[in-house]
Design a protein around this ligand. Structure first.
Ligand SMILES: Cc1cc2nc3c(=O)[nH]c(=O)nc-3n(C[C@H](O)[C@H](O)[C@H](O)COP(=O)(O)OP(=O)(O)OC[C@H]3O[C@@H](n4cnc5c(N)ncnc54)[C@H](O)[C@@H]3O)c2cc1C
Length: 432
């Protein structure tokens, strides 16, 4: 990807050959410096900032990010099993700054004025833009589970943003006695990383199998089914005795009363439809909505941000592009790879707009790996295109698919290698 030029990029990441031809190289020599402000230095925001600068070094690109470092949620479940450290998933913005010339501002965006075309930050700066990209990820609906809020989450962690809470959960697993019970409360759809709670249960089981083999993991789920369920259940049966009398993992779905309505934090009891559940370690992943700035900037319709799926431009405020978890991008899942792919579509659209050209025909891609045991990985992959009416992102017939149910042990082992290699590649592509 390092030697790709803008014309190739537009063709590959969204532009038709015709649009790219009309647009061509002279756009690189634009006299007027354009300002792009990117809110959120996660997968979507970093990828967009990097590719904007890479493809048009005349652009003035400012990335506003609340934290000094990015800790990736993807692969953070491996911290829970002890297979990797938090440091190994924490990255600096130095390359974006020094290698790609992005102005990285550590601050929080608190408002966007679409008429004045300015982003306001907590420290009082007003950043002018010709195009604004918003990729703030998700926020929680704290009123969904009685007794569970941001303060309680400090001791009964969600660990759905990788960071200190990941370590809290890890330390609670270390402190749990052998024979203890871990309860994972899964969220309703839609939420970031559909297979994430089930990979988490697998990684916790991996730790318990080696260190606390009498322990149990209970997944309480308001959903009747979940992503890659047959593959997960097959892997759990193979490694953790799933569906036997001595299963380490138990899944209690909607129809079995898995919906949790309340937590009594003092006694460590969850109120589920099936009855009260006491656990030694509780991990609640609350229902989700777009990050707070999307609400402050009036970019939402309900919980998520509607976008023109050809460009990822907000349908509520032109000139603002919403990427990643915060956007309504059905049928793409809320995943890192999806955010990375959407960023490239939006970059192509913004460069076309600056050049006075129509946006091209986009394609999008997603792959998501889950690691069930040391040598057992599974995945789902798809290539997508826009439906004819331009309203839905649909899977290209015959593209991608799930790992086969009858895969060999060698295949499962190889998928773990692929997962780790995907992780390094996506971090590299977004910010290095
Ligand atoms: C446990 C877990 C495992 C996962 N595993 C995978 C996986 O294997 N594969 C996969 O593809 N995906 C995975 N994901 C999903 C993936 O992490 C997200 O889908 C992806 O990070 C979305 O990118 P984003 O840009 O939308 O948001 P994020 O990457 O979350 O970035 C948002 C950024 O915006 C910043 N921000 C928010 N508001 C503001 C503001 N107002 N001002 C300034 N900065 C702000 C935040 O600090 C953050 O850095 C996983 C998620 C979890 C929780």
């Amino acid at each position: 990807m390092s030697r790709i030029n803008r014309r190739d990029f537009l063709r590959l990441a969204g532009g038709t050959a015709a649009a790219a031809g009309a647009f061509g190289f002279p756009g690189l020599l634009l006299a007027n410096t354009r300002n792009v402000v990117v809110v959120g230095g996660g997968v979507g925001g970093c990828t967009a900032a990097k590719y904007l600068r890479k493809l048009d070094p005349t652009l003035n690109v400012t990335l506003v990010e609340a934290k000094t470092h990015y800790t990736s949620c993807f692969m953070s479940n491996e911290v829970l099993s002890g297979d990797r450290t938090l440091e190994s998933i924490t990255f600096s913005y130095a390359d974006l700054k020094h290698r790609y010339g992005v102005n990285v501002v550590i601050d929080s965006a608190v408002g966007i004025d679409p008429a004045a075309r300015q982003v306001r930050t907590a420290s009082g700066a007003n950043l002018a833009y010709d195009a604004c990209i918003v990729s703030p990820g998700v926020d929680f609906k704290w009123d969904a589970i009685e007794g569970y809020d941001a303060q309680v989450a400090e001791s009964i962690p969600h660990a759905w943003f990788a960071g200190p809470q990941t370590m809290t959960l890890r330390n609670q697993l270390l402190a749990m006695p052998d024979g203890g019970r871990v309860a994972i409360v899964a969220p309703p759809n839609p939420y970031k990383c559909p297979p994430g709670p089930y990979e988490r249960a697998s990684q916790v089981a991996m730790y318990c199998k080696h260190h606390k083999p009498k322990s149990k993991i209970l997944i309480l789920d308001p959903k009747g089914k979940f992503s890659k369920a047959r593959l997960f259940k097959q892997g759990w049966a193979q490694h953790y005795g799933f569906d036997t009398d001595n299963s380490m993992i138990e899944w209690v779905g909607r129809d079995q009363g898995g919906t949790v309505s309340a937590l009594d934090a003092a006694s460590g009891i969850l109120k589920a439809e099936a009855g009260d559940v006491r656990a030694d370690v509780i991990n609640i992943i609350p229902p989700q909505k777009a990050g707070a700035i999307a609400f402050a900037a009036d970019l939402v319709d309900g919980d998520w941000c509607p976008v023109d799926k050809r460009t990822f431009e907000s349908t509520r405020h032109p000139g603002i592009y919403v990427l990643g978890d915060a956007s309504s991008a059905a049928k793409m899942p809320k995943s890192a790879y999806a955010a990375n792919s959407q960023a490239k579509v939006a970059v192509a659209a913004i460069l076309s707009r600056f050049a006075g050209a129509e946006p091209g025909e986009p394609t999008y891609v997603n792959t998501c790996y889950s690691i069930i045991a040391e040598e057992h990985g599974i995945s789902v992959a798809a290539v997508y295109r826009l439906s004819e009416d331009g309203k839905v992102i649909t899977k290209v017939e015959g593209s991608g698919g799930l790992s086969p149910m009858d895969a060999s042990a060698e295949h499962r082992k190889r998928e773990v290698t692929y997962a780790h290699s995907w992780f390094r590649n996506v971090i590299d592509d977004m910010m290095q």
